[in-house]
Structure formats: C-alpha cells, structure tokens
Design a protein around this ligand. Structure first.
Ligand SMILES: [Ca+2]
Ligand SMILES: [Ca+2]
Ligand SMILES: [Ca+2]
Ligand SMILES: [Ca+2]
Length: 431
C-alpha cells in the first residue's frame, strides 16, 4: 500500500505542485491512516494508524504520513482527533491498554511541530480552536469525567455538568474558542459559553461539531442554530438513522453518515438547497472517479465546505480505508454540471433548467410555487391554504420567506410575489 501511496503522491506532485488542490478529486489516503479530522484549509488530515498499537498521525499531500508518538507513560496507543485551522496544532489522546485491549488510563495531548506532544490533563482532547490556543475534551474517564477547556494561560478549566447530570464531554469548539459543544449523560447535548455556562440546546443525543463562527451546532441527526433552533437533517432514502459529524465554517454544509436497519452506513453531504444527499453520487455528478469505493462515513469538512475526509471501503485495497474528496467545480458553483451562466437554480443540484414563466428563476427553485407548475399564481395561494387547513403535503417550494416553514406568512408571500416582490426558500435562499 505504501507503493500505491507513493505513486499517488508523485503524480499529484508532478501534476499540480506541492499543496495544490485539483477540482472534484477523490483520493485514497495511505492505507495505514484512519482519518478523524481535517484542517479548515482542507490540507491536513489527522487520525490514527490502523493497528492495535495505533499511533496518532498527521498527513499532508506534500509531507505524507507523520507519526506523532505517544505521551510519556501512556505509550500503548494514541490517536489524533482534531487539528487547528492551518494544521499546526494537533490534539488527541494517548493511553495505556487494559486487559481487554481497550484504553484504560489516558491523557489528552496537544502536539506542535516545535514542541512535540505535551500532556494537558488526564482524559482526551477532541476539539481545538482555529489558532490552536484553546483545546477542549473530557478530563477523567468516559461516563464519569467532565468537559474541560484548556488555554495556555489558564490551564484546564472544568466546565461542569448539566443540571441533574453526571458527566459531560466536549467534542468541538468555535474558531475563537468562545463556544464549546459536546455530549452529556448519554442522550443530551450541551453548549457552553463563559456567560451562560453549560446549557442543553434541547435536541438530544449529543453535539459533535460546531461551525467556526460558533453559530451552528451539529450532532445526532440535527443542525441547531440560535435563530432557527434544532432542525432535523433526516436520513438518506431507505435509512433509519443518521449522524452529523462535521460542519463548514459558516454552518452551511454538514457531513456525516446515514445508516439502514442493518447498520450499513453511507456518507452524506447536506446543505439547505439540496437537503441530505449521498456524498458518492454528488461527487460522481461532479466528475470524481470513485472506482467502486463505498463511502461509509464523512468525518470532517474544510471551512469552505469543499473538502471532505472520511472512511470507506476500497474494493482494490484493505477493506477499511480513508479518503479525501474535493468538490470544487470551476465555472459550476453547485457542481451539478449546469454551468453558472446557464444555471437558473444556482445552489440546487439539478439538471432541470426549465423556466416556465421565463423570469430567470428555474421551476425547480421557484419559491412560492406550491403547485409545482412553474408559475406563482392565485392557485398557489389556494394550495398553501390547503396545506395549512387540511394537512396537505407542503412542497419544498411553499416557503416564501426562507424560514423553512409553510404557513400563513407564505400566503402573504405568494400574494406579494404575484405583485412583483421577491421570495426565498431553501432551494433559492436569500442572498
Ligand atoms: Ca451549476
Ligand atoms: Ca443548479
Ligand atoms: Ca421561473
Ligand atoms: Ca404554481
């Protein structure tokens, strides 16, 4: 596998130069790497080596796999979980294995190229701020420890537990280090700020990631914003559960996995115009060659939402392998193969460019068109009225004020639309 990795690295080097990123590429990471996280710039992958004595690693296209070592006295296994925006600071854990080959005593580490691996506290580190100056995780054991927030100046600050709770575990932190999110007591999520302390945002089952701007939290099958509350991301067709594991810097793109009742998982990508879609099919539409791979989990996404790292099954290699995908299509912003100049639904991935009323907005994203005929008319007012009073199915186009709801405000919106006002919905969001 090292041979294959070397070939790939050389070919990338020749074609693009070190650090360059091609459009819509799909590459496998070296076989030994099990990826956990991706830097905001999309260039640094962190994780662990695939072995009992797995060791924390940091990977770049230019430098290959760098083994980060172990904490002193905790040298049986280590794993990197998160990385700062530019890839310079890596955090994770290092442990001693117990008799069942699980981590017993563990320590949280913070790694830099200059200083190597340093222990912050017992437990784990699972999130790091953009500049690497704030690290979060759990101090003490799973199910009994407490979320902490570490800074170079203040050291470890324990964040407490939710009212009536027993434990908390931080999973992510905003770019500026001010907002911390995580899991608590098995089935709860928390959001922490210095002003408010630990609060339960109320969507259940843990938060796993937070956008760089601190405004969007994802976890379980939810995306939470302060303005909009918790919204269900759903599942892929035929599936029964999903879990969001990563979110872009502005909160617009969410990645994770969706699973069926046999626990078979498929990596998803979500944004408002398109909802949840299989990442594999989005990449293939964009022109990436997946060569028979199954993408099982998307685990991290760059700040711009364009690079995604995860785990999958490679038919040509060892069964489980990590991959790095880039979804960046020059001249076709939403990567749906309709070029920007012709794309009358710029955020919605569709080949349909029909525009029945000729207003420059495609039928597929004509907000207010509850009847789906491509026109916004009095018929849509009546149809929305039916949705409200007779529980008809709301179309994704019912919305006219971009609040993801279909209600009386949209009747007013359609009316205003008929008289020339603009309307916005998830398929055609307000600019
Ligand atoms: Ca397009
Ligand atoms: Ca489009
Ligand atoms: Ca139109
Ligand atoms: Ca209509």
């Amino acid at each position: 596998m090292r041979w294959h990795a070397t070939i790939w690295l050389l070919s990338l080097g020749v074609a693009l130069g070190p650090g360059a990123v091609a459009a819509q590429t799909f590459i496998r990471l070296p076989a030994e790497v099990s990826a956990e996280g991706l830097s905001d710039d999309g260039l640094v992958v962190v994780g662990g080596r695939r072995a009992i004595s797995g060791e924390a690693v940091r990977w770049t296209a230019a430098g290959g796999v760098l083994r980060l070592g172990f904490l002193p006295g905790l040298g049986d296994r280590s794993r990197a979980i998160a990385v700062s925006a530019d890839g310079g600071v890596v955090v994770g854990w290092s442990c001693l294995l117990d008799i069942s080959q699980s981590c017993g005593i563990s320590g949280a580490f913070r790694w830099t190229e200059a200083g190597g691996m340093l222990e912050l506290t017992g437990g784990t580190a699972e999130g790091v701020s953009a500049d690497g100056s704030v690290v979060v995780g759990i101090s003490g054991g799973a199910l009994s420890g407490e979320a902490y927030r570490w800074t170079a100046v203040g050291g470890v600050d324990e964040l407490g537990v939710l009212a009536g709770g027993a434990w908390s575990r931080a999973r992510g932190v905003s770019a500026d280090g001010a907002v911390v999110v995580g899991r608590a007591d098995g089935e709860r999520a928390f959001r922490w700020t210095a002003a408010d302390g630990l609060l339960d945002p109320g969507f259940g089952d843990g938060a796993d990631a937070i956008s760089a701007d601190g405004a969007t939290i994802v976890g379980s099958h939810f995306r939470w914003t302060e303005a909009g509350g918790a919204r269900d991301l759903g599942v892929l067709p035929g599936d029964v559960e999903s879990r969001a594991l990563g979110v872009s810097g502005d909160g617009a793109v969410v990645v994770g996995w969706s699973g069926d009742d046999l626990a078979l998982r498929e990596a998803f990508i979500w944004d408002r115009p398109n909802g949840m879609q299989p990442l594999a099919s989005v990449l293939e539409t964009a022109g990436a060659a997946l060569a028979g791979w199954t993408l099982e989990e998307a685990r991290g996404v760059s700040a711009d939402g364009r690079r995604i790292v995860g785990e999958g099954t490679n038919p040509a290699g060892p069964t489980a392998q990590s991959w790095l995908a880039t979804l960046d299509c020059p001249g076709d912003d939403d990567c749906d193969s309709v070029l920007d100049g012709e794309d009358n639904c710029p955020g919605l991935r569709t080949a349909n460019i029909a525009d029945a009323d000729g207003n420059g907005i495609g039928d597929a994203c004509e907000c207010g068109d509850q009847t789906g005929d491509g026109f916004v008319t009095i018929e849509d007012v009546l149809a929305i009225n039916d949705v409200i009073f007779e529980a008809q199915q709301a179309s994704p186009l019912c919305d006219t004020n971009d609040d993801d709801a279909c209600n009386v405000a949209d009747i007013l919106g359609v009316n205003a639309r008929i008289f020339g006002a603009e309307a916005f919905c998830s398929r055609h969001p307000a600019p």
